[in-house]
Ligand binder design. Structure first.
Ligand code: COA
Length: 378
């Protein structure tokens, strides 16, 4: 019997994992034992991807080889390019990725479970290509079929290069790299859990990743970074934000980018991305957006004792890097594909079908109406 306390499976331990943990005090995050703060300071996203998928940090040769491998996997099959061209320009970019992942699954199906890591790498390498091929085809000099290769051997740099059509600024590149590290993995969050559920039926990796992308799309999960940006950009200055947020709270509206199911004393990733957002604001100008964000943070703590989660300051950081708002959640997908893949591999190693039970609240058993009487007469 569930109680209201456990609604949404809150506080329920739904399995075991060796991939990451949120510290019991609810303030730390570790990927395979490494603190997120250390990884964000010293590692690259590719290093973290390797750690999550293969279980240990790579040595420098392994890392170089891995980066070269990911670089070599970026090209899209022609059939996939044609599908990207056929998708309407109005398509939600999350749907572009979900569709792209599904199509790749038909062209390069997972016929051998020994190839899961290879498919994970292929997806990590091609998701940016899919998104930016579709984007540049529809929005930049209509009909341009871009090459999805660049000289940049980092996913962050490659992504920015394809997006803007030129080599990225170093500060922006590292900011995106760090944000990808922060987004890469987060224990049994909703999208990862949906990937594990799909995997537990012995389905394939593409189906599991498609389930996860669909789950991440919602504003209570990954979609919050985009929604946070919509919120922040509504206000013209700090005083306007103060008025607006008080009004929203009075109307019992959700403030996107605040609160968390697991963290009770603050999201350890938030301070890291906030520092990057400030650095970018100082460097690229337009500090008002950062100042408005800080004012919202202050009000939310004062009024609700709620703190920003990773999505809140990711919004301004991404904005300062020239990322369109509706690409915020797709960037989250590109990063979290590492975490999802690690969980798919882990689930398969010790699988049991995930199928919980429910408390029934419907009518008691009752007779089917006699076929000879009309329903109205009953
Ligand atoms: N803005 C305003 N109030 C919020 C809030 C927010 N962002 N987050 C939580 N609250 C309030 C709830 O309304 C609830 O108030 P109540 O007890 O008066 O009903 C209380 O805080 C507890 O929240 P609850 O919805 O039970 O927490 P949860 O664990 O089910 O949900 C989130 C967690 C993340 C879904 C929730 O905090 C939220 O919707 N945040 C905004 C979306 C977001 O940023 N998502 C990204 C998560 S990383």
């Amino acid at each position: 019997m569930t109680t209201d306390n456990h609604k949404g499976l809150a506080g329920i331990v739904a399995g075991q994992t060796a991939i990451s943990t949120v510290e019991s005090s609810g303030s730390g995050l570790f990927y395979r034992g490494y603190a997120i703060k250390d990884l964000a300071e010293h590692a690259s996203f590719e290093e973290v991807a390797y750690l999550l998928i293969y279980g240990e940090l790579p040595n420098s040769k392994e890392l170089d080889d891995y980066k070269t491998k990911l670089q070599s996997l970026r090209a899209l099959p022609n059939a996939l390019k044609i599908v990207m061209e056929q998708l309407p320009a109005t398509t939600n970019p999350m749907d572009v990725l979900r569709t792209g992942c599904s199509v790749l699954g038909t062209l390069e199906p997972e016929t051998d479970r020994g190839l899961t890591e290879e498919i994970a790498n292929r997806l990590i390498a091609t998701l940016p290509s899919m998104l930016l091929y579709w984007f540049r085809f529809h929005f930049h000099q209509n009909g341009t079929r871009i090459e999805t290769q660049t000289d940049d051997n980092s996913i962050a740099g490659h992504f920015l290069h394809l997006l803007h059509g030129q080599a990225p600024h170093g500060l922006q590149q590292r900011a995106i790299d760090v944000s990808l590290i922060l987004y890469a993995e987060h224990e049994f969050n909703a999208s990862t859990f949906s990937a594990r559920i799909t995997t537990s039926t012995l389905s394939d990796i593409y189906s599991a990743i498609c389930s996860a992308i669909g789950t991440l799309r919602g504003p209570l999960h990954g979609g919050a970074n985009e929604s946070a940006m919509q919120l922040i950009s509504r206000f013209k200055d700090e005083a306007d934000a103060e008025r607006g947020i008080h009004e929203m709270l009075a109307n019992k509206e959700l403030i996107m980018g605040f609160g968390h199911r697991v963290y009770r004393n603050g999201d350890p990733r938030s301070a890291i991305i906030k520092a990057w957002s400030k650095k970018l604001a100082n460097h690229h100008g337009g500090e008002m957006l950062f100042n408005i964000s800080q004012r919202i943070e202050k009000i939310m703590f004062k009024e609700k004792k709620l703190f920003p989660n990773l999505d809140f300051y990711s919004a301004s950081a991404y904005h300062y890097c020239g990322i369109p708002d509706n690409f915020f959640t797709p960037l989250f997908v590109i990063s979290r594909t590492c975490g999802w893949s690690a969980h798919i591999i882990e689930q398969r190693r010790d699988n049991r079908l995930i199928r919980p039970s429910a408390d029934y609240t419907g009518p008691a058993p009752r007779p089917y109406p006699s076929p000879h009487k009309s329903r109205q007469q009953q």
